[in-house]
Design a protein around this ligand. Structure first.
Ligand code: PM9
Length: 463
């Protein structure tokens, strides 16, 4: 029988090794949740059934990547594996210079230290936790210049990650180009629900900034998913390969930071890539201080080797189409039952709109955190809060930042789970939605100073 690969989203790979998962009882999960302080980050993974905490470092590597590990050159300096990585980045992203880092935030740290003079501004299309933290550490003030639709979970739009050129222009007029350290454009936008940026918008940002001498950098962490959305949605790109689209996207940037743990299909690693030799020299002197030699930057040779293979695999059209369509499948199952989710469905996960899911809970009792805890309790599915807890506190006022988006992210790891797992997840979320009025808020009982979402602890509020 003819099988139509456009309607049946079959995995474009066979499974060669399996990792058993543990089904637990509700009593066991209750205990585990209490000892984790109702924070899904603090659960032990062996207590989790389906782990949708993150798509970061959770990908399944291919047989070619596992084979590449054995080719890893662990020389302290001048490793062959570095040159394999450098060549892959040059070929696929188009940047001539590469500095490896242990993961994405290592690259964010270096570029923030290099490009920011204290007192400057770093506009971006919505904040990301680690990115903003490093910008603030270097003395910058982040300014959100994403279009308004991105803050509205129900607004339609093919490219809800687009920069609002009016907002960016206004900031430039208000503070002057010299006060802008660089513009940081994330593709896709994680905290907006994995929403993509259009090619037209990337081009327009570049055309606005370059004549003024303002640098434009990219957080390219999920740029392949973004390229796929451009192929599917933007006029003129349907016949272009994802690889071609990605090269064009990157041509509008002076450089990028990259968490290799996502698109690059590896479990650890990252890099900084750029066109300017001056920035390269500064990055090389800083990387020695914070990460390691410029030819390994905190990564083992074997990890650089596997990453160089992952960079080439990630632009396979069949792979990326399957990956994004699997996320869409999960979102559609929920949407069909009326569960409020961020729409359109993004590239790396489905985001539950906790405000609409739990309208009886004020944002200060952490509805998304409470929903993530409840989902774990119901089925052992682990998700992540992306709302008031993740947003942290305003350094100037000390008060909570209260983002419009109060979300629970169901993040789908790459090449790991099947559609049957997606059905189990959807089933549990739908069950919770039907008894949503019973879900209670939380109180924060321990709050660390930075990036509090990783280690904060909570307790349930009384009935
Ligand atoms: N993202 C995520 O789960 C990892 C944990 S949350 C801090 O989504 C972007 C867009 C990311 C990202 C990590 C990083 C940092 C930068 N930009 O985790 O340091 O989504 O490799 O990358 C996580 P590293």
């Amino acid at each position: 029988m003819f099988v139509d690969s456009k309607t049946i989203n079959a995995e474009p790979y066979r499974i060669k090794a399996v990792e058993p998962m543990r089904v637990t009882t509700r009593e066991h999960r209750q205990e585990a949740l209490e000892s984790a302080g109702y924070n899904t980050f603090l659960l032990r993974s062996e207590d989790v059934f389906i782990d949708l905490l993150t798509d970061s470092g959770t990908s399944a590597m291919s047989d070619t990547q596992w084979a590449a590990l054995m080719r890893g050159d662990e020389a302290y300096a001048g490793s062959r594996s570095f040159y394999a990585l450098e060549k892959a980045v040059q070929d696929v992203y188009g940047f001539p210079y590469v500095v490896p880092t242990h993961q994405g935030r290592g690259a964010e740290h270096l570029i923030s230290q290099i490009l920011i003079t204290p007192g400057q501004y770093t506009p971006g299309n919505m904040y990301f936790t680690t990115t903003r933290a490093h910008q603030e550490l270097a003395g910058a003030t982040f300014v959100d210049v994403i279009n308004d639709k991105a803050h509205d979970p129900t607004a339609a739009g093919a490219f809800k990650g687009d920069v609002d050129l009016g907002k960016l222009q206004k900031l430039i007029d208000d503070v002057g180009p010299d006060k802008i350290a660089y513009v940081n454009v994330a593709v896709t936008v994680n905290l907006a629900g994995g929403q993509p940026v259009s090619m037209a918008n990337l081009r327009a940002v570049y055309e606005l900034c370059h004549p003024l001498g303002i640098l434009v950098w990219s957080d390219a962490t999920r740029c392949v998913e973004n390229a796929y959305f451009i192929q599917q949605r933007e006029p003129g790109y349907a016949d272009r390969t994802v690889a071609e689209i990605l090269r064009e996207m990157m041509s509008y940037f002076d450089g990028c930071t990259m968490s290799g743990k996502k698109d690059n299909l590896v479990n650890i690693g990252g890099f900084l890539a750029m066109r300017d030799e001056g920035v390269l020299q500064k990055a090389r002197s800083l990387v020695v201080l914070f990460e390691g030699m410029p030819s390994y930057g905190g990564m083992a040779g074997r990890d650089m080797e596997a990453m160089s293979v992952g960079i080439r695999e990630m632009v396979d059209d069949a792979y990326i189409a399957h990956r994004v369509r699997q996320v869409e499948y999960l979102g559609t199952l929920l949407d069909e039952e009326g569960v409020p989710i961020v729409k359109p469905i993004g590239g790396h996960g489905v985001f539950l709109d906790a405000r609409a899911f739990l309208p009886h809970l004020e944002q200060d009792v952490f509805p998304a955190q409470a929903l993530a805890a409840e989902l774990y309790l119901d089925s052992g599915v682990r998700s992540m809060e992306r709302g008031i807890v993740s947003a942290g506190r305003d350094p100037a006022t000390g008060d909570h930042r209260r983002p419009k988006l109060e979300l629970v992210r169901l993040t789908v790891p790459r090449r790991v789970y099947t559609d049957r797992h997606m059905e189990v997840v959807a089933d549990s979320v739908i069950r919770l939605y039907r008894r949503r009025s019973e879900i209670r808020g939380l109180a924060m009982v321990y709050e660390p100073e930075t990036l509090r979402f990783f280690t904060a602890r909570f307790a349930p509020l009384g009935a």
